[in-house]
Design a protein around this ligand. Sequence first.
Ligand code: ATP
Length: 268
Amino acid sequence: SKREGFATIPDVSWDDIGALKTVREELQTAIVEPIKDPELYAAVGISAPTGVLLWGPPGCGKTLLAKAVAAESKANFISIKGPELLNKFVGESEAAVRRVFTRARSSVPCVIFFDELDALAPRRDDTVSESSARLVNTLLTELDGLSERQGIYVIAATNRPDIIDEAMLRPGRLETPLFVDLPGAAERKDILRALLRHNKAVDGIEKITDIAGTEMCNGYSGADLGALVRQAGHNAILRKSKRLDATDFALAAQKVKGSVGDMKKYYD
Ligand code: ATP
């Protein structure tokens, strides 16, 4: 597997992502186009937003979107999971954050992806530790340093935008919030179709994707649809078949439960 924190170009394209059409279009115009043609954007005097915040329930494609942005613009991708940066000795987390930006500067164009940003940048109130507050300050300083330099774009993701320090979201920082919603029935069909795009073992793709649109799959995230595909594969193997059909998927849908649960917190 790829080492965390190192730059590579991911191999995810827009076509690997089902649904999320509006979010994909916004990322394409906001980031991908400016990276591909910086002279054009400089000539017109506009630049890409330095930062985007993808927010919404888990397993709905935030990581996938960030990877596709990098891949579609042929930019390097550095991925950081918030909680992993935190489990360090005093001062080491800040050094690690600075190292991430240094590494990005030596591999432009570059997309830095901060997953679970809420762990790295919690609101600095009286309950937050001193070291945590220092880490937020370090992140803010690095984000502010970006506007002068071209070619580094920050995408952050969170399930809990409500607990992130507001200073992170000011203009010039993670100024563009994009909501990545739980898919509805039609979107689930589109996502399952994307997940099965290269799967040659599937018989009856129309009937199979229809299952994702039924109420058996209400509340499924994209990640849950991934679990559905795996369970359908197990079902095929159980009946000693190397091919997956609609019955394998229908039985799988009885077993896989939606993982997101209460959606209220995402709409407060
Ligand atoms: P988390 O908040 O848990 O980090 P996330 O929103 O970043 O979740 P991803 O990691 O992008 O979610 O999605 C997990 C997996 O679910 C993907 O690798 C993919 O298999 C599937 N998936 C989720 N959303 C989509 C989608 N819109 N299209 C295709 N596959 C999807």
